[in-house]
Design a protein around this ligand. Structure first.
Ligand SMILES: [Zn+2]
Length: 329
């Protein structure tokens, strides 16, 4: 009887060990020494592996073109340098609540744009920092006013719409998510020098990520929510249910897919965006109906369809970038 009990305990233990391995193992698919450079992959129409950008003319002024980690049309993630520093932001504010008015249920996201429990580098980039040789980002990190009213159960739009420059989503640590492009319309993740969390501020001081951040604790987990896009759809981590890394080959033209994930408190098959280490990293186009995030923009940019009315207190973005800045997006 005692022997039987021991066997039973051993069996339980081995199940626990196997289970632990299953949940921690990941299978990398991409060669991080030779990631495809996304330069030039901007499209006016939805196209897999591209950014369907609302902006089609770029003014330039970003990071330098010749950086040692870009080799022709590929770049080496492991060679890229980071902005120095480890600054914490105890004044960071971020909360997500649910609002129900006349049976319309919304997710309210409020914050000041500063990273919660997540460090940043020292900005502006100091001339003493090696990163300064490649990217002279002169901007400081400043608090923002973020107020988003997103649908709890977003509908898929009749047709996808373009992604603007500036905030297109928000991570669960309160940091803005931008598209894959820098101020020159190039691959921002490859060209721009960011901090260890892959973030940096633009000219209004808004700290943001253009792609994966090693400081998002769930980013490599299996199908975990890591943020929300401005159309209300979820942005999920970079591994599928089996722990295999997801790439553009697994995703549609908006950089998303349908699979069973935890969404609004239950497991269900929903459309969502996926964070990848491959360009365009975050969102290629909006599948839902995005909030207009530029209250002063006037008319929606060409190609931006399905916009819903803007809300009071939306995050502020300039109608056009001031001249003389650099590393703006
Ligand atoms: Zn940027």
């Amino acid at each position: 009887m005692r022997l039987l009990a021991l066997v039973f305990v051993a069996a339980l233990l081995s199940v626990a060990v196997v289970h632990a391995q299953e949940t921690s193992e990941r299978t990398d698919v991409l060669n991080v020494h030779q990631l495809p450079l996304g330069d030039g992959r901007i499209s006016a129409e939805p196209r897999a592996g591209y950014v369907m950008s609302c902006t089609t003319s770029f003014r330039g002024g970003g990071a330098r073109a010749d950086v040692p980690w870009i080799h022709g049309d590929v770049w080496d993630l492991t060679q890229k340098i980071s902005v120095a520093g480890r600054v914490m932001w105890p004044q960071a504010q971020f909360k997500i609540t649910v609002e129900s008015i006349d049976r319309v249920v919304s997710r309210i996201i409020e914050g000041n744009g500063l990273p919660v429990n997540t460090p940043t580098g020292n900005f502006p980039i100091s001339p003493a920092d090696i990163a300064f040789q490649f990217d002279r980002n002169p901007n400081s990190i400043e608090p923002q006013q973020v107020f988003l009213r997103l649908p709890m159960n977003p509908r898929i739009a009749v047709s996808p719409s373009c992604v603007p420059m500036g905030m297109i989503g928000v991570a669960l640590n309160g940091v803005a998510i931008y598209n894959a492009l820098d101020a020159d319309g190039r691959d921002a993740v490859a060209h721009e020098v960011q901090d260890r969390c892959n973030g940096h501020p633009q000219m209004r001081g808004q700290y943001h990520y253009h792609g994966p951040s090693p400081c998002l604790p769930q980013e490599t987990a299996r199908e975990q929510l890591i943020g929300y896009a401005l159309d209300g759809l979820g942005i999920y981590s970079m591994s599928d249910a089996q722990g295999r890394e997801l790439t553009d080959a697994d995703l549609d033209e908006c950089h998303g897919r349908n699979s069973v994930v935890e969404w609004n408190g239950r497991r269900q098959n929903v459309y969502h965006y996926v964070l990848t280490r491959e360009y365009p990293y975050t969102i290629g186009c909006f599948r839902g109906m995005p909030l207009l995030t530029r209250p002063n923009f006037g008319r929606p940019p060409f190609g931006m369809r399905g916009l819903r009315p803007e809300m009071p207190g939306m995050p502020l973005f300039p109608p056009s970038p001031p001249s003389g800045g650099s590393s703006d997006f």
